[in-house]
Design a binder for this molecule. Structure first.
Ligand code: FPP
Length: 244
């Protein structure tokens, strides 16, 4: 880790405050090893744990990962259940280690479509970590960006119907407050691994001004050195938010 921190200092790198990640390539990583796809996800989960630890040491304050999309239900039953089991075990581990690691965990996505056991773990974890002062770690589970916007619009429509909000009061800030990501700053940098260069319905509202970094590295192989490369790339870009 020392060499990374030295590089950040010497190159005066500006660290993105919020990094969003599409952890792609687990299946191909496993296939290359003649292993079942779920083995790739198990390795992928280990990589996330390492990257959030390293990222926080590098100065990143918020990390948001795409763990399961609304589309992922179409995968084989075996793969879906392996992913759900992995996520559930991760939530349980997080609860057990919450006092040690000081991380604030939040889950975004449509919880109504998840197993009640997972929802109970999510609620427990969010509650016990809500005032932690370390990394703000957000996991998207049963998440789809358009679905998130649809759910927000529905809630706002109900508020208008109940006359709690006037249509004129619907500003971008108000919409932000009704999204699953309410209270989180927009990501500064998006990383997608495995060579795909698509958004795949991930945070379409929140990524409007974000820098995108794509790499061919498969997610289970992604290291802190790759994260440093992404941060260097981010530093080569100037963000003007449409101004001059
Ligand atoms: C995409 O790779 C990855 C996923 C659909 C799942 C991501 C989940 C994890 C990394 C594990 C659990 C996460 C946490 C937070 C503990 P792919 O399967 O589409 O790979 P492929 O494109 O090579 O087929």
């Amino acid at each position: 880790m020392e060499h990374i921190l030295t590089a950040i200092k010497e190159e005066k790198l500006n660290i993105p405050k919020h990094v969003a990640i599409i952890m792609d390539g687990n299946g191909r990583w496993a296939k290359k090893r003649n292993m079942p796809r779920k083995y790739g996800h198990i390795q992928g989960a280990k990589t996330v744990e390492q990257i959030i630890e390293d990222g926080y040491k590098m100065g990143i304050e918020y990390i948001t990962v795409y763990a399961f999309s609304t589309e992922n239900w179409k995968r084989s039953e075996d793969e879906v259940s392996a992913l759900m089991k992995l996520l559930q075990n991760y939530l349980i581990d997080c609860i057990e280690r919450s006092t040690k690691n000081n991380m604030q965990v939040r889950i975004i996505g449509d919880k109504s479509g998840l197993d009640s056991k997972i929802v109970a773990k999510i609620e427990e974890l969010e509650k016990i970590t809500q005032s932690a002062s370390g990394l703000k770690f957000t996991i998207a589970i049963n998440y789809g960006g358009r679905d998130e916007i649809r759910r927000a619009v529905k809630k706002i429509a109900k508020e208008v119907e109940a006359k709690h909000i006037e249509p004129e009061e619907i500003t971008e800030d108000l919409i932000n407050d009704y999204l699953d990501t309410a209270g989180l700053p927009d990501p500064d940098l998006l990383i997608r691994t495995s060579g795909e260069e698509r958004l795949s319905n991930y945070l379409p509202w929140q990524l409007a001004y974000t820098e995108f970094y794509f790499t061919d590295v498969l997610w289970p192989d992604f290291t802190k050195e790759d994260l440093l490369t992404a941060i260097r790339y981010y530093n080569g870009r100037e963000r003007r938010f449409g101004g001059v």
